[in-house]
Design a protein around this ligand. Sequence first.
Ligand SMILES: Cc1cc2nc3c(=O)[nH]c(=O)nc-3n(C[C@H](O)[C@H](O)[C@H](O)COP(=O)(O)OP(=O)(O)OC[C@H]3O[C@@H](n4cnc5c(N)ncnc54)[C@H](O)[C@@H]3O)c2cc1C
Length: 487
Amino acid sequence: MLSAPMGLMPFRTIPNSIEKRTCTMSLQTLLGSDGYLTQAADTAKYRHDIVGDIQGDPRGVARPTTTEEVSQIMAWCHANKVSVIPQGGNTGLCGGCIPQGQPDTLILSLERMNKVRNLDIMGNTITVDAGCVLADVQRIALENNRFFPVSHGGQGSAQIGGNLSTNSGGNNVLKYGTTRAQVLGLEVVLPDGQIWNGLRALHKDTAGMDLKQIFIGAEGTLGIITAAVLKLRPKPVSRETAMVAIREPADGLWLLRKLQDYVGETVSSFELMHKNAIDTFIAFRPQARVPFTESHPYLVIMEAESPSRFFDLRGAFEAALADAFEEGKAIDAVIAEADQHRLDFWAIREGMAVAMVEDDSCLKSDTSVPVHAIADFVTKTTAEFERLVPGIRPSPLGHIGDGNIHFNGQRPFDMDKQTFISHWDALKDAVENISVELGGSVCAEHGVGRIKKKAVARAKSKEEMALFHTLKNALDPDGICNPGAVL
Ligand SMILES: Cc1cc2nc3c(=O)[nH]c(=O)nc-3n(C[C@H](O)[C@H](O)[C@H](O)COP(=O)(O)OP(=O)(O)OC[C@H]3O[C@@H](n4cnc5c(N)ncnc54)[C@H](O)[C@@H]3O)c2cc1C
């Protein structure tokens, strides 16, 4: 058994008045006035998270343009024991990139490191700076007849460095895996400023431990990711998408298995949406087109895609749906006949995620369970939510195919916002406890950040937490990399 970590250093900072002056001068000299921002008006957008729950007051925002500059910033911070929080697109939902009550901390924004370093069509790889926006990488891949599969509601702003650091998931995990599965190599600046260049485009490399894996999902606590070699996939040329009305999650799982029996791993997405989440979306965007006139308990979006035009995906969809109707597993279904229909389906799914992020009285969650336990998870959590807050509108939605349902809860119509928020701790405990009881995780794809540390410490074993601390202590003994996040 591992012993508890010894000798963890408290996070040190140098007194504010002297340090701020020195920092401003030297970082400004290094980065210029565009590269180092200290005025409140200039730093405003970096100081609060997208949900608006966490506000910070950093000493400044460094905006390097090269790995060499990141290295110099980190060496300076290391020498002066100044803490650093890397920030990507600031779309994370756990407050991981905002200093909370940490006024001496520096935000290191990767936004100006946004170049494609190499595109290897034969080798199916793209090497990008960490500040490249996810949607741009997707677009560049498509323009070159390739596909980058990570896709989620934050993709218009989220950066590759942020996706890697949270190991983000999204809508295509079923077929392609999380962001971790798209990576061949990384470049990382370590807490003392050293640059580790692991930008290898190798599918096989057993020369020692696979170091890149410890930085993926570390949320900036072990160093700054500055670039990555990413895998590209063949561009899908045939694709089928359907929206299906079902009575309960178990019917959705049945349909997923049936479709997978017919077309195997071409099934790329299988998303569940509860009626309450759909109603919220329609209220948020009244012009939206839901393809059913009646309201149903749940809708699913199912999608399969293939780089081959010789594959009869449409036949498989029709057969799986016919089976589902015959067995009473589906109530109604629409197969997209044109690209626009498909986009309309996805606009509903993505739009409801945005609506719930923007609604500050909506309780949000991000947990996972083994796929076989999804129906149980939804039933138990619904009952517990209704017991804790009668009248609550449970709104489970998400990635049923990989076990990650966001079990959100909306305010009872007759309850004011503050009263509802006073129940949030109990509701969050409920969803997390039920997930863990069913063999799941308290964090599925959004990471830990600042808001889920207690939940993680509760859910993980002593041995696992001790290993986290051992790693952190070995790489960042002064604790300057994103203090206050994850651990
Ligand atoms: C509407 C909406 C829908 C979303 N849907 C999904 C979804 O379906 N699936 C999903 O997984 N996520 C989803 N997200 C969450 C979010 O988009 C992801 O967490 C994303 O990966 C974060 O990327 P970012 O660049 O915005 O990172 P940030 O929010 O800036 O940072 C996230 C964490 O990574 C660290 N970090 C950032 N860049 C670096 C770097 N270069 N080196 C080291 N550490 C770094 C930060 O310090 C922080 O701890 C959604 C967000 C929104 C707003």
